[in-house]
Write a protein that binds this ligand. Structure first.
Ligand SMILES: [Zn+2]
Length: 251
């Protein structure tokens, strides 16, 4: 997806919100994020979305949140020390600056004279390694997928899987992805424990979308019961218009 011809992103509102919720409901968490983006970006092929790096996916998820639900990511995290709720509030503008400034698509270096290239992990990579026999096997398979070897080095050179077991490859992988996730410092109001906390953006956006869809359905239900208008007609009203009818009904 080039920056020059950015496809138009639609907010998750009205019928599009209900369609996004229907589509993502029964899916694996990894696919849900892609489904929400696919509904918001109808011109983009879903396969293309699966190939995006997680940083690029997160950048689009942040844009979609801003377009649909506003610029602040507000919610609660659970204190790992005492279980109390810790409030968080992250600005999408700041989060996007962090993602945009620190991204390189790949890291290249040389090991025992062999040039190696490690690219950013994508949703497709994570899905492909989901059913590995152990967490360790999944990690090696993931590293091997992201590792690009020069095929001219000769047949006695180690394979991508052999390289993937090296600590150096793991270190470069972690470094390459250091800024793809959203992190902030949180301090527990109850026990004063402070921790570096990471927001699962895909899950957060899914919960928000499901909540918004259920609220919209409840509003449609109330208005349709009284006026008999169709689901589509009510869903596609602007939110202030729907609110105005609801206010009249409760008066
Ligand atoms: Zn605590």
């Amino acid at each position: 997806m080039s920056a020059h011809a950015a496809p138009r992103m639609h907010p998750l509102t009205g019928e599009r919100l209900l369609a996004a919720c229907d589509r993502a409901e029964g899916e694996h968490a990894l696919l849900r994020a892609i489904s929400l983006l696919a509904v918001a970006l109808p011109e983009v092929d879903a396969e293309q979305l699966l190939q995006l790096s997680l940083a690029e996916r997160n950048r689009l998820l942040l844009q979609l949140h801003r377009l649909s639900y506003g610029n602040m990511l507000d919610g609660y995290a659970t204190c790992t020390a005492c279980g109390a709720a810790m409030e968080f509030s992250l600005s999408i503008t700041v989060a996007l600056e962090g993602i945009n400034s620190a991204q390189s698509p790949a890291f290249e270096w040389s090991e025992d004279g062999t040039p190696l290239r490690l690219r950013q992990v994508s949703t497709a990579d994570l899905l492909a390694t989901l059913h590995a026999s152990s967490a360790e096997q999944a990690e090696i398979a993931l590293l091997a997928r992201c590792l690009e070897l020069d095929m001219d080095v000769g047949c006695d050179a180690p394979s991508a899987t052999a390289y993937a077991t090296r600590p150096s490859v793991r270190e470069h992988f972690e470094h390459l992805h250091a800024n793809s996730e959203l992190r902030c410092n949180l301090r527990c109001p109850d026990c004063a424990h402070s921790e570096r906390w990471e927001l699962d953006l895909a899950h957060f956006l899914w919960l928000k979308t499901r909540h918004a869809a259920h609220r919209l359905l409840a509003d449609i239900h109330t208005i349709a019961l009284h006026y008999g208008w169709s689901e589509a007609a009510i869903a596609n009203m602007s939110a202030p218009r729907r609110d105005a009818y609801l206010e009249l009904l409760s008066a």
